[in-house]
Design a protein around this ligand. Structure first.
Ligand SMILES: *[C@@H]1O[C@H](CO)[C@@H](O)[C@H](O)[C@H]1NC(C)=O
Ligand SMILES: *[C@@H]1O[C@H](CO)[C@@H](O)[C@H](O)[C@H]1NC(C)=O
Ligand SMILES: *[C@@H]1O[C@H](CO)[C@@H](O)[C@H](O)[C@H]1NC(C)=O
Ligand SMILES: *[C@@H]1O[C@H](CO)[C@@H](O)[C@H](O)[C@H]1NC(C)=O
Ligand SMILES: *[C@@H]1O[C@H](CO)[C@@H](O)[C@H](O)[C@H]1NC(C)=O
Ligand SMILES: *[C@@H]1O[C@H](CO)[C@@H](O)[C@H](O)[C@H]1NC(C)=O
Ligand SMILES: *[C@@H]1O[C@H](CO)[C@@H](O)[C@H](O)[C@H]1NC(C)=O
Ligand SMILES: *[C@@H]1O[C@H](CO)[C@@H](O)[C@H](O)[C@H]1NC(C)=O
Ligand SMILES: *[C@@H]1O[C@H](CO)[C@@H](O)[C@H](O)[C@H]1NC(C)=O
Length: 424
């Protein structure tokens, strides 16, 4: 039934750009070989052919050439993006009922396309094959996206030999093993997404070389760890001064030391921080040696600490978060917060003039706390699902009628325990 939602609406992503030069024979043959390796059930590549009227491969769907040289520069071979529908509910890729656009094998003829700058193979089904090592020969590549495509095995070291790469997305596959330190050579990388795989081992400190990196997603892997043994090795994170998004969700050992927290502290451009399901250092660690050193980036707008199991040991962290001046979205679902912890999130403590989304689902909360929430005057979305409120619905509404009731657009009370004396 879900499939109905994913009705394949093949939009023509590529408008036919008139190529002054026309397609290069060798590259046309390479594309035909590539097509021969695929099972193209949806007819996505029906415009790719040998017939006379199809001679100019620059006119084929999902191919774009340089209008000056005629070289193939972009291949838009992605399937339908259905991620919004359910990735939020699952960690790692599993066999859902996905209708991929392409199946089969990625032919090594791809290596012929030495001017390729953009390759998108996401949302396909490459049936548990490995990411081809020969991708490492496509030296012109700037964008490589093979996310959501059932790739298995290790990340090939060869990907480290793509010096022009800006954007590398290997997320939501079944990749395992360690992150290869060879990625250190991708000095132009802005966007690196390795999340939602089965990667393990220490995150290589060589990632500290990627000084252009703005978005780093390493979350939701099997057993990734931050180096904590000595400070020099966690220093890598603080070298990434351009980072605006950092996702370390489910990284195992964040509670072992403060180094990593200190380094996050130094990332003054950080806007989004995701530490879902992490263990954080306890307060006694946090207070050592000098709590005033903790000063998260004032540019932080999204902080997600959902399912952090020991957040109730880190009151200090809650205090810091409460003071973030530009915080817009705060997720604290299922953090086992107590009344005492919530105290730090009271509206009077919240020094954010901009909080629009607050998720406190699956925590314990006294109904009296609603009054505090009601006084966050910018709140648009309040998520209180699976909270035990033990009052009735009209009382909840009444208690929420602070200034937030002018702005509130979404109130999520799914699975809430409340008294059922509705008189509607
Ligand atoms: C090539 O394409 C670009 C962008 O589509 C366009 O701005 C430029 O004028 C084109 N050049 C030629 C020689 O057609
Ligand atoms: C690849 O295609 C997917 C699906 O359309 C899209 O979400 C993604 O942004 C594309 N990747 C790149 C690097 O453009
Ligand atoms: C990465 O950084 C280390 C230490 O800063 C340096 O020795 C190494 O040459 C760098 N690697 C690359 C590929 O730039
Ligand atoms: C991080 O930066 C420091 C100082 O700029 C430098 O000494 C160190 O080699 C860098 N580390 C890495 C892994 O790039
Ligand atoms: C970190 O968390 C893990 C898992 O909960 C726990 O086993 C370990 O003892 C903790 N380590 C420290 C130093 O708190
Ligand atoms: C926090 O960071 C801001 C901006 O970098 C700086 O001006 C301020 O002095 C810092 N505060 C503390 C207590 O470190
Ligand atoms: C934190 O929550 C856990 C689980 O509910 C509980 O066992 C523990 O005592 C709490 N710790 C503190 C310091 O409140
Ligand atoms: C709230 O922020 C303002 C301006 O950034 C600052 O002057 C004030 O002391 C802060 N209040 C608290 C309780 O942190
Ligand atoms: C919540 O509402 C009930 C009845 O509507 C009222 O009696 C109670 O005082 C309110 N609680 C708070 C904390 O405002």
């Amino acid at each position: 039934m879900l499939l109905l939602l994913f009705q394949l609406q093949l939009q023509l992503l590529v408008s036919h750009s008139w190529s002054a030069v026309g397609c290069i024979d060798r590259e046309r043959q390479a594309l035909l070989d590539l097509k021969a390796g695929f099972v193209d059930e949806s007819g996505l590549l029906s415009s790719w052919g040998n017939e006379e009227e199809k001679r100019d491969c620059c006119q084929w769907e999902r191919v774009r050439c340089s209008n000056q040289t005629g070289h193939v520069q972009m291949l838009y071979l992605q399937g339908e993006d259905h991620s919004e529908v359910y990735w939020q509910y699952y960690d790692v890729f599993d066999s859902y009922d996905v209708r991929p656009l392409l199946r089969g094998k990625i032919s090594a003829s791809l290596m012929e396309l030495q001017h390729l700058r953009y390759l998108n193979l996401s949302f396909n089904n490459f049936k548990y094959s490995h990411i081809p090592e020969f991708f490492g020969t496509l030296h012109s590549l700037r964008y490589l996206d093979v996310s959501n495509s059932y790739f298995v095995g290790k990340i090939p070291n060869q990907l480290g030999s793509l010096p022009n790469l800006h954007h590398l997305d290997l997320s939501r596959n079944l990749l395992e093993g360690a992150i290869p330190s060879q990625l250190e050579s991708l000095l132009n990388l802005h966007h690196l997404d390795l999340s939602h795989n089965y990667l393990e081992g220490s995150i290589p400190s060589q990632l500290g070389n990627l000084s252009s990196l703005q978005k780093l997603y390493l979350g939701y892997n099997q057993a990734l760890k931050i180096h904590n043994e000595n400070f020099a090795r966690t220093q890598w994170l603080s070298n990434l001064t351009s980072l605006t998004i950092l996702d370390l969700s489910k990284v195992l050992n964040l509670n072992h030391s403060l180094n990593w927290l200190q380094t996050i502290n130094e990332l003054q451009n950080l806007r989004e921080l995701y530490l879902v399901r992490c263990n954080l250092p306890d307060d006694d660690l946090l207070l050592f040696p000098d709590p005033s050193k903790f000063n998260f980036s004032s540019s932080l707008t999204i902080v997600d600490l959902s399912q952090v199991s020991n957040l109730n040991h880190s009151h200090y962290l809650l205090q810091i978060i409460g003071k973030l001046p530009n915080l817009r979205e705060l997720f604290l679902g299922d953090c086992k917060l107590s009344d005492q912890d919530l105290f730090f999130l009271d509206h009077t403590k919240f020094n954010s003039s901009s909080l629009t989304t607050l998720d406190l689902s699956s925590n314990n909360m006294p109904a009296t706390f609603l009054k505090s929430l009601a006084n966050i005057c910018t709140l648009r979305s309040l998520i209180l699902s699976d909270v035990s409120l033990s009052v009735d619905f009209p009382t909840i509404l009444h208690n929420l009628s602070g200034c937030a009731s002018d702005t509130l657009q979404e109130l999520d009370l799914r699975y809430c325990l409340m008294f059922q004396n509705f008189h509607l």
